[in-house]
Structures are given as structure tokens and as C-alpha cells.
Design a protein around this ligand. Sequence first.
Ligand code: CA
Length: 232
Amino acid sequence: MKTKATILIIEDEENIADFIETSLRAQNYKAVSTRMGKEGIALAASLCPDLILLDLGLPDLDGMEVIRKVREWSGMPVIVLSARNQEKEKVEALDLGADDYITKPVGTSELMARIRTALRHGAAAGTQKSENVFITGGLQLDFGKRIVKVNAEEVHLTQVEYKIVAFLAANAGRVVTYDAIISHVWGPYMDDNNRILRVNMANIRRKLENNPAEPRYIYTEIGVGYRMAEEE
Ligand code: CA
């Protein structure tokens, strides 16, 4: 069988690293792992992996430093492995250029889904997006015509609502931080007050979701941001 992508695991907890390595190999990925940040940075440069899975608490360096160093020269996808209740850390990692995070303990199916999404985004980076229509479930967004439909019915969104939905759709499957959305929609000088974003999101959900309390298209990542459902 053909080997898929090469994935570098930087994680000092042996159980977790072993579990991830085994899961990846079972799916035909090539996996290389290290428990040290410095060696991780060196391996990132020498191996040029297709993706990095990164723990933030490493024995020799802060994982944030790994992201910073790798981002100096590469846009390769980085998924952070983070503990529960560390929203601040997740946001910081995403703002430094990590692509996504997975909360530990990691389940195999979630791990694989996140890896596939990040690899797809990594491969698409730098190439022109040929697909001009985003579809997930009954939601359809035409970027060219700026038209949003739910179950084939056109939905009227305000300019701001459309910008939010289009930005999330362009990053579908990945979490987008509140700050990233706010600066994309309102510009970098907007107060990082999330209230206006939350108000807009409530309106968006009322228009798009069948049951806004149980969204199927735009999920809340509590304390971090929003995630649009993966494209189908
Ligand atoms: Ca650790």
C-alpha cells in the first residue's frame, strides 16, 4: 500500500505518543516522534513533514516556541494537543499560527478527522481555490455570487453576517478564534469585545440553523471560537 503523509509527533507523554503513532501507522501514515521541542524543530526542518502534532508542555521548551520557530519558515499544518480547560493556551497557539487543536485524551476518529482536514488545508494553501461553492448538509454558500441557501431556499444575511459565515466556510472544519473573526470582519482596531460577534452569531444561527440551540453548521468552541462543519 502507498504510504500517505509523514506526520511528526512532538509529545513527551509516552502513552499518548505511542497511541498516536500506532493509530497513524494503522492508517498508513508515516509517523516520527520525539519528546523534545528542540529536536522537534530540527526534525521539522530536516524531514519537512506534512503535518506536526504538538504538545505544548514539553520538557525543554514551551510548545509555543516550537510554533513560533516553525512559522518563521514554514506554513506546514500544526495541530496542538492540549488539555481540557486550557482555552487561553489554545487561543494563543492558534493566534501564533497553529491550524487547529485536539483536546486530550485523544480519540482515534477525531484525531484522524482533524488530520485529514489539516492536510487538505495544507495542500490547498497557495493553490487557487477552484471550488467556488461551499456545501455542508443543507447549507450552501456561493462565494462568487455571495448567496447563502439553506435547503435550497435563499437566506438573507446582512453584510457582516455574510462575512462571518463566508470566513468560517473558507476555514471549514477548523476552529477560528473570536479575535481572528473580529479582525477579519471589523478590522484589526476593533475592540476585542466578543459581544457584537455573539449577537451576530445568534442572528446567523436563527437564520441558518433548524434548531439554534443545537447547531449543525456552525459549532461553538467554548472560550476559543467557532468551527464550520466540514465540507461534504
Ligand atoms: Ca507534556
